[in-house]
Design a binder for this molecule. Structure first.
Ligand SMILES: O=C(O)[C@@H](O)[C@@H](O)[C@H](O)[C@H](O)CO
Ligand SMILES: [Mg+2]
Length: 403
């Protein structure tokens, strides 16, 4: 058996923070797993270092499901983003090891490719409608078949999803949370205008997506969905906070615009009600925050029964290790929908050399055994952890609101 003899937690910050688990077996084969929880990174690093690593030593790296159950049931305190990100890191690293030992890319172990490559969506954002459309046109020229569009709201100083740098969006930008201001009625006016302008400039052959970031009430979301139907969005994401999943019934009653939810979900139990009641069209859970490849497959299998497709979260705070794992998963599942792809900076790519590639609006995980992603530990050591927070959001009268 490939016995686990060591596991290290590597914290690095090549432009932003990443936590990576490296599991090493007796014969020197190792695997990597992403454990990054944006803005709360060190809690997962400690969970792994102090509470998980000691339990891994001496175990058979081939027994992925057994180790998953051991960590999940054994912790007693089930679920939650910290626990599930830590378990995800172990699970991902073990799939990487299994692939390397088998001499096969992970997608082959998951049943093989269900498609040639996976469609990804890029982020076009700008301060104004014109800026956003110009960036979206650039994405279209680069071959993207799906583009998320977000623009600044007139009369507001800052808006979620609109960054200083047009191409490298990074919301965790300060060592104490930045405070943003929000006005729903101004926002509700600008989004249909943005989509109208984008359809006029980009045509109808490209998929257009939009992220609401949990900021609407169900009835506001229903109205926006209805206003947007004429522009045929691919999806509206996170229309309303998803703790109250009943809310989606109200949205559904009012619109046929497809709905996507789930980037902050961490287990199948968060997804189940929305999927079984057919209240969503795309499930956004991904490898690092939802218990790893093993657990995400269970979510996808449940979703497949209800024609709900996958749309894995793929922001820059998910490391290239998560991106690689997501691509192997995407290539294999029957009910794949789309994969989010926000490019990492060259500094991040240098720390995590990887086999995955982008061409013609789609990505492929490559044919390297395992996940096809590595970590340059010497380079990683040069980038010290940098405390960084996601912003908070207030209404104009000062009320704390959803970010
Ligand atoms: O859809 C998305 O990519 C966003 O919602 C993310 O940028 C999200 O805000 C960050 O990943 C939070 O860490
Ligand atoms: Mg989102």
């Amino acid at each position: 058996m490939p016995k686990i003899i060591d596991a290290k937690v590597i914290v690095t910050s090549p432009g932003r923070n990443f936590v990576t688990l490296k599991i090493i077996t007796e014969d020197g084969v190792y695997g990597l797993g992403d454990a990054t929880l944006n803005g709360r990174e060190l809690s997962v690093a400690s969970y792994l270092q102090d509470h998980v690593v000691p339990c891994l030593i001496g175990r058979d790296a081939h027994r992925i499901e057994d180790i998953w159950q051991y960590l999940y049931k054994g912790a007693y305190w089930r679920r939650g983003p910290v626990t599930m990100s830590a378990i995800a890191a172990v699970d991902t690293a073990l799939w990487d090891i299994k692939g390397k030992l088998a001499g096969l890319p992970v997608y082959q172990l998951l049943g093989g490719a269900s498609r040639e490559s996976v469609m990804v969506y890029g982020h076009a954002n700008g301060a104004s409608i014109e800026d956003t459309v110009a960036v979206a046109l650039d994405y279209q020229r680069q071959g993207y078949k799906a583009i998320r569009i977000q623009c600044g709201v007139p009369g507001m100083a800052s808006t979620y999803g609109v960054s200083k740098d047009k191409y490298f969006y990074e919301p965790a930008d300060a060592d104490l949370p930045t405070e943003n201001v929000w006005n729903t009625s101004k926002y509700l006016r600008v989004v249909p205008e943005l989509f109208k302008a984008a359809r006029e400039a980009l045509g109808w052959d490209v998929h257009l997506l939009h992220d609401i970031h949990h900021r609407l009430t169900p009835i506001e979301a229903g109205r926006l969905g209805k206003d947007m139907e004429q522009y045929r969005p691919f999806w509206l994401e996170d229309a309303t906070p998803a703790e109250n999943q009943e809310a989606f019934k109200l949205i559904r009653q009012h619109t046929t615009t497809p709905l996507a939810v789930g980037e902050i979900f961490n287990s199948i139990h968060d997804c189940r009600e929305l999927i079984e009641n057919q209240l969503i069209d795309y499930i956004r859970a991904t490898v690092v925050h939802a218990g790893g490849i093993s657990h995400l497959r269970k979510i996808a299998n449940l979703a497949d029964l209800y024609q709900v497709r996958t749309g894995c979260h793929g922001a820059t705070d998910l490391s290239p290790v998560c991106m690689a794992a997501a691509l192997h998963f995407d290539l294999s599942v029957p009910n794949f929908g789309v994969q989010e792809y926000m490019r990492h900076t060259p500094e991040t790519d240098a720390v995590f050399p990887h086999a995955y590639t982008f061409a013609d609006g789609a990505m492929h995980p490559g044919e390297a055994p395992g996940l096809g992603v590595d970590i340059d530990e010497d380079l990683a050591a040069q980038y010290e952890y940098n405390r960084a927070f996601l912003p908070v959001n207030r209404l104009e009268d000062g009320t704390m609101f959803n970010w």
